[in-house]
Each structure stands twice: as structure tokens, then as C-alpha cells.
Design a protein around this ligand. Structure first.
Ligand code: ZN
Length: 739
């Protein structure tokens, strides 16, 4: 393996862009050359590893004991706490007009007392604010601050209808909130500000106040649609204006935060996991701290939802601070704010937070809890991190594969043709990525996410392959970056409509990457058609595990195409035929020339293109053949040679490998659980022994291997250039420190 001559960890994004532009030739491997530590004068929030939040309610001034609360956070060795300052409710004696003091505040200064109690214990305070609602008093004095429906009526909070929704385009965000920030900053020893609920990564809001109507009239030439609809020219303009306003407000609030202390910071509320509408790439351009409000899961959300949040945030923040809120309360559906979530679920969520490179932020609501079971859950996990802190100080992740985070497709996807929105339900537009993700977990691959907008500048050459799970909406420049990567010897795995549309969903005449895939469109997409199949036409490594069958399940949807280089396909399409009644279940056309996969090799580059949505069909069906086909096709594009990390043994495991300040850390998350895809986890089912082997630049210098969760030294063995050790047992998770 040759080493690259750049190092992502110590560079600013701009420097990184410049340096990566010169390394277009694939040089597989990962540079670990003297990755610099965080400079000593780095802002305080770049060093934090544990954050706590007690979310005050209006009544808390009557009963809250701030000293015992700060004793609790100190017992967790929290670096920072979030404490309610103001916005909807002021928890201090504010002098600002229309800033509602808690009706229970009396003579107390709850915020001030809590800040003092935290600072006394050397815990930083971030003032938790809410910019989204205000009281009627403010509405009467400043009606221009508030959102309106189309009929002009104000929008009130669904559960607290005495609160009025504020408009982010109004002076409430540029005058009233700044005044509140300044009052708090002037009076109290705060190190930053955080706003609950704003701006979020979800869909854009549409307001009909006078200010917004003026924007629609003068800048859009009409109203934007209420729902996400990138086919609308008004929506596209509105998206730009909306993201621009968020940037303007975020930067303003960050400047205000810094007025007293230059290393103070404003942090907004993001999150959403892989389901986003607003561009994560844009946020990363102005955010120095990404807080993911991704507190837990509900319904049939898979357990790895938190690790995905870490991956997608890491992709855009590139080493800058990312925190993730874990709700200690039961934030399922329904949500119970005042009872604890199961300790096992909470702990695995916290473990995913740290494994994926985020900093945990533990959250409870209400200053006088009747349920105190959550306290020990957080304390045990935080103290464990604290006692092993050098191994949680990450420099950069190591990975064999890059997965394109197809933001535009997830945000806007709509298939061509007369069928209904395919991406109207946002969950569906992420199903392609979700299916690939599940297969990557089953195959125990080591992978990073790369945001599509970073493709032109990302150091793709360090990966052994790039995976594009129906990245249907791509810019020309992004397609060109993929083409360049493959031309320089990189390998590619892609599915379905990848590159068919531009970033807004305008269809191209042909797949922009058709030349790379070896295919050209001949018509519209076909499907959904449940009962189609794939026929194994010729032996190939991709189908080597399918002995005893010549037929495999087919994808629900596929693009119609012809091969640019006609030859007999290794896998062909058997078109759908009836599944009912049984008398009718036989193929009408049992053999076609239509490829179900196009597998090509040129020099060291391998390309696997599936015209069908095998990833999404895998996710929806859970079919094991499709999972195996995805795994084996990824293994094939990766090429020969061992992986950076190989883990053998039973169980569903997600792995992360980090270069840390003290060496390397391998994180193993144990998802083996009947509640893996439907919460909540009741208990952990231990797995092990797991046989681990490693090979990467720097691995040969490893002399000490310590398991940190189930503490023990693990004997190492060197064989065939790889470092081997056995992890005897993994309960919730294991972190193996390699030094
Ligand atoms: Zn408005």
C-alpha cells in the first residue's frame, strides 16, 4: 500500500480542498502520517466529550435544587451543560419587553443560580434558548414578528395554544432574539447559545406574513408550494432564499455569542439522521458545531439510526464538533417525557454516538423528576468514557469504502412517469441507502459517508470503492467526479437511477454515468413489479454463493436500458409474471438479454451497476439472497486483498475504526437483538468470541491491545502481515484500544 501525501485531520476545509485536488490518482490506503493533535488554543467546544442537559419547565423555579443538579452533572464528569435561558420563557429576571418571565420565577434567578452552580464545578454553560414561539403580549405589540396562515391568522402551538409561532424572516430573529442573547451574555458566564428546534434539517416552512409575502412577490414571483416539491421553480428559488436566511441568522447569532468571549459559540438544532431536506453541506459551511437532535427511535426504526446520524454529520463536518442528544426519557411514540427509556436502549444509543465520532449530550426534562432511573444509566456510561478518554479523542476514521450520501435524492426524489411520488414519503427516498446500509452491516464492511456535494473535492482515492445507492439526483460536477475517479482506477458500485437527473430532478436524456456503467436508457422505469426475477447466466464471483439455484429474486423497479457493449449478461432479467392464482404462476418470458447487473473490469477498476433498485427491494423485503448479492458484489468491486478490519464470529455488528490521539480504537456495536429493527431494546444478548484481524498503515506498530468495556488485555498474534486478536465477549458494545 502506498501512502497518500495529505492528511485530512489537521487541515481546514479550504486547505483540504486544495490539497485533495492534486491527488486524483487512486492510491489505496490511508495516510496516518503524524496526524496533528488539536491545537492547544482550539475553542473549548472542540475538546468536549460529555454534555448534559436539564430542560427547565416554567414551574421549576418553585422547586428546583440547582446544587444537587450540578452535583449530578459533575458526577458524570460533564464538560458542559445546557440550561434554559430564555426565548419562550425567561428563567431569569429579564428587563426586556415582551420576553415572558416564568410566572413562577418570583424573586428567583433560576438560570443565574444554575449557571453559578455549574461554573463553580468547572462545567461550561450553554444557554438553551427557544426562538420558535412567543406569548400573546409580544404578538399584540409586534404582530410583524409572527407567522401567518394564508388567511392571515396567526399560527399557534398545537399543545400550548397561548403561544404564537415566530417567523424566521422577521425581526424577531434579527432584533428580539439578539437582544435576549445580549442580555444573557452580559449578565452571566455563558460559553455559548443553543436554540431548540431551529433551524432543523427537515422540510422548509412556508409562512404568509407580510414579510414572507413580499419575498414571494419580489424574489420568487409567486408562492412556493407548501410541500417539498423540487419540480416547482418557485420551490427551487425558495430553497436558496431559505438556506440563505438560515446562514444569515446563524452567523449573526454566532457573532453575538462571541461579543463577550471570542471562543463562545452559537449552535443550532440539526439532526434528522439520514432523512434530511435542508442541505447538510450548506450547514457545515457556517456551523462550527453540529448538534444532532436525534434523541431516540420509534416504531420500526432500526437500532443503527444513531450511528447513521454520526456518519452523515461527520461527512460534512469533517472533524469539527458534532454532538448528539440522547433522550433519557421515553421518546418513542407516544412520547413520555417524564419516565425513563430502557437502560439497554439508552446505553446502545450512547455507544453509537461515541462509536460514530459524536459527543454524547444526555437530556432530561423537568427539574424535579419522580423517575430517577435514568440517572445511573447516564452516569455509568459517561464515567466509563471519562476513565478512557484518550481513546475517545478521535483524529480520523479509517474506512475501505465510501458511500455517497445522496442528499438531493433523499430530499427531493420523484420518479419519472405517471406514477405518484416515490419520494413523497421521505422514508422511501432513503430506502436505497437503508438497504445498502443493512447489507454493509451484515458484511461487516468499514465505510464512510461522503456527501454528494463533496464528491468533486473529496479524497476518494483513499477508498477501495465508491458506492452509490440510487444517487438519482446528481449535479454534472458530481457525475464528473465519479467518472474521474473510475477513470483513474477507482471502483464503483451503483444502482437504479443513479445520475439520471440533475440535483433538482430534471431528467437527463440518458444516464450521465451511462458510459461508466456501460448502459444507455431505452425508456421509462419499469415497476413496481413484485414478481420479477434475476437469472444467473454465467458463473461470476458476484453469484458464487448461490449454488442450487439459477433464479434469484428480482428488484421491484428497474430502468429500461441496453448495454453499450453487448455481451451475454452474467445476470439477466426475468420479467414479472402473476403471483396469484397459483395456476397462473409461471414465466411468460423465461429468458431475456436484459441485464440485471452490468459487471465490468478495466485495469484495476471494477464497476458493478444494477439497473434495478436491489438495495431498496432488499430493505423492503428483507430477502436474504438480495442481501448476499449486494455484499458479494461490493466485495468484488473492492478487489483482491484483505480488508482493513475483518471480524469473524456470530452476530450483527457495526464497526468503526478511528485513529485516536493515543493510537487507534476499534468500536464494535452489538445489534444482535430481537428489538434490532423495532424498539425498544430490553436487554443485550452477548456475542463472542469475535476473531478480529487488522491491516492498515500503522497496524504493525501496535504492541498493546486492550478491551475497554469488558476490561482486559487481549493477546495479539501476527500472521500474514495482519494483526490478530480475539474479543471473547461483547455485551452492548466493545471498544478495543490499539496502541
Ligand atoms: Zn413570515
Amino acid at each position: 500500500m502506498r501512502k497518500l501525501n495529505f492528511d485530512q485531520a489537521g487541515l481546514t476545509r479550504r486547505e483540504f480542498l486544495v490539497s485533495s485536488a492534486v491527488s486524483a490518482v487512486p492510491q489505496r490506503g490511508i495516510s496516518l502520517r503524524d496526524s496533528p493533535a488539536m491545537p492547544a488554543d482550539a475553542p473549548w467546544y472542540t475538546r468536549i466529550r460529555r454534555v448534559g442537559q436539564i430542560n427547565f419547565n416554567e414551574r421549576d423555579p418553585l422547586t428546583m435544587d440547582v446544587e444537587s443538579w450540578m452535583d449530578y452533572w459533575a458526577s458524570l464528569k460533564a464538560d458542559a451543560v445546557l440550561l434554559n435561558g430564555g426565548g419562550i420563557v425567561a428563567f431569569y429576571p429579564t428587563e426586556l419587553p415582551y420576553h415572558h418571565r416564568s410566572q413562577f420565577l418570583g424573586t428567583r434567578d433560576l438560570f443565574g443560580e444554575a449557571v453559578a452552580a455549574a461554573v463553580k464545578r468547572s462545567i461550561r454553560v450553554v444557554a438553551r434558548m427557544d426562538c420558535n414561539f412567543a406569548y400573546e403580549e409580544a404578538f399584540k405589540a409586534h404582530p410583524e414578528w409572527f407567522e401567518r396562515d394564508r388567511d392571515g391568522s396567526p399560527r399557534k402551538h398545537a399543545e400550548a395554544p397561548w403561544l404564537y409561532a415566530t417567523c424566521m424572516f422577521s425581526p424577531y430573529f434579527t432584533e428580539q432574539m439578539p437582544a435576549i442573547f445580549r442580555e444573557i451574555n452580559h449578565r452571566y458566564a455563558v460559553s455559548g447559545f443553543f436554540t431548540n428546534g431551529w433551524p432543523s434539517t427537515g422540510p422548509l416552512g412556508v409562512c404568509h406574513c407580510e414579510i414572507c409575502r413580499t419575498i414571494f412577490r419580489e424574489k420568487l414571483g409567486g408562492e412556493p408550494p407548501e410541500e417539498t416539491d423540487a419540480t416547482s421553480a418557485h420551490y427551487r428559488q425558495y430553497y436558496e432564499i431559505y438556506m440563505g436566511r438560515i446562514a444569515e441568522v446563524w452567523k449573526l447569532w454566532d457573532l453575538i455569542a462571541k461579543e463577550k468571549q471570542p471562543d463562545a459559540v452559537y449552535v443550532g438544532n440539526l439532526g434528522g439522521g439520514i432523512h434530511t431536506v435542508k442541505s447538510l453541506r450548506r450547514f457545515a459551511d457556517f456551523a462550527s458545531w453540529f448538534n444532532a437532535d436525534h434523541q431516540g427511535r420509534a416504531g420500526d426504526t432500526p437500532i443503527w439510526d444513531c450511528a447513521q446520524q454520526g456518519r452523515v454529520a461527520r461527512a460534512v463536518m469533517n472533524g469539527k464538533t458534532v454532538t448528539n442528544v440522547t433522550g433519557a426519557y421515553s421518546n418513542s411514540r407516544p412520547v413520555w417525557r417524564h419516565v425513563s427509556k430502557s437502560a439497554a436502549e439508552t446505553t446502545l444509543w450512547l455507544a453509537q454516538t461515541t462509536a460514530s465520532g459524536m459527543v454524547p449530550w444526555y437530556h432530561w426534562l423537568g427539574g424535579t423528576p419522580e423517575d430517577n432511573r435514568w440517572r445511573e444509566t447516564g452516569r455509568l456510561f459517561y464515567r466509563w468514557i471519562a476513565s478512557n478518554e484518550p481513546h475517545f479523542r478521535n483524529r480520523q476514521p479509517l474506512a475501505d469504502l465510501a458511500v455517497v450520501y445522496p442528499q438531493s435524492t433523499i430530499s427531493f426524489y420523484r420518479s419519472s412517469g405517471p406514477r405518484a411520488w416515490r419520494g413523497g414519503d421521505r422514508t422511501q427516498s432513503a430506502d436505497y441507502l437503508q438497504g445498502l446500509y443493512y447489507a454493509l452491516l451484515e458484511g461487516r464492511f468499514l465505510f464512510d459517508f461522503v456527501h454528494q456535494e463533496d464528491l468533486p473535492t473529496a479524497a476518494l482515492s483513499k477508498y477501495r470503492a465508491l458506492l452509490a445507492p440510487n444517487a438519482a439526483y446528481l449535479r454534472d460536477s458530481e457525475c464528473e467526479a465519479i467518472r474521474r475517479y473510475v477513470a483513474a482506477g477507482g471502483s464503483l458500485w451503483a444502482t437504479f437511477e443513479t445520475s439520471r437527473y440533475n440535483e433538482w430532478g430534471d431528467a437527463r436524456e440518458d444516464l450521465a454515468l451511462g458510459d461508466v456503467f456501460g448502459a444507455s436508457l431505452t425508456g421509462d422505469t419499469i415497476g413496481p413489479a413484485g414478481n420479477s426475477y434475476m437469472r444467473i447466466e454465467a458463473p461470476h464471483p458476484v453469484t458464487r454463493h448461490f449454488e442450487g439455484t439459477s433464479l434469484l429474486p428480482g428488484s421491484e423497479n428497474r430502468v429500461s436500458l441496453r448495454r453499450l457493449h453487448p455481451s451475454r449478461p452474467e445476470l439477466s432479467v426475468v420479467p414479472a409474471y402473476p403471483a396469484y392464482p397459483p395456476e397462473m404462476v409461471y414465466p411468460r418470458t423465461s429468458r431475456t438479454e436484459e441485464p440485471a447487473a452490468i459487471l465490468s473490469e478495466k485495469g484495476g477498476s471494477r464497476v458493478a451497476y444494477f439497473p434495478g433498485d436491489v438495495d431498496r427491494t432488499f430493505w423492503r423485503s428483507g430477502n436474504t439472497d438480495l442481501g448476499l448479492l449486494i455484499r458479494d458484489s461490493i466485495a468484488w468491486v473492492m478487489g483482491e486483498g484483505g480488508r482493513t478490519v475483518e471480524v469473524e464470529g456470530d452476530g450483527v455488528v457495526e464497526i468503526f475504526l478511528w485513529q485516536t490521539e493515543s493510537g487507534f480504537a476499534l468500536h464494535l456495536l452489538n445489534y444482535t437483538n430481537p428489538n434490532m429493527t423495532r424498539g425498544l431494546i430490553r436487554r443485550h444478548y452477548p456475542i463472542g468470541p469475535l476473531s478480529v484481524s487488522l491491516d492498515f498503515p500503522g497496524a504493525q506498530s501496535i504492541s498493546d491491545v486492550q478491551a475497554l468495556r469488558n476490561p482486559m488485555r487481549l493477546p495479539i498474534r501476527r500472521e500474514g502481515g495482519r494483526v490478530h486478536f480475539v474479543v471473547p465477549k461483547v455485551g452492548d458494545c466493545e471498544v478495543v484500544a490499539l496502541t
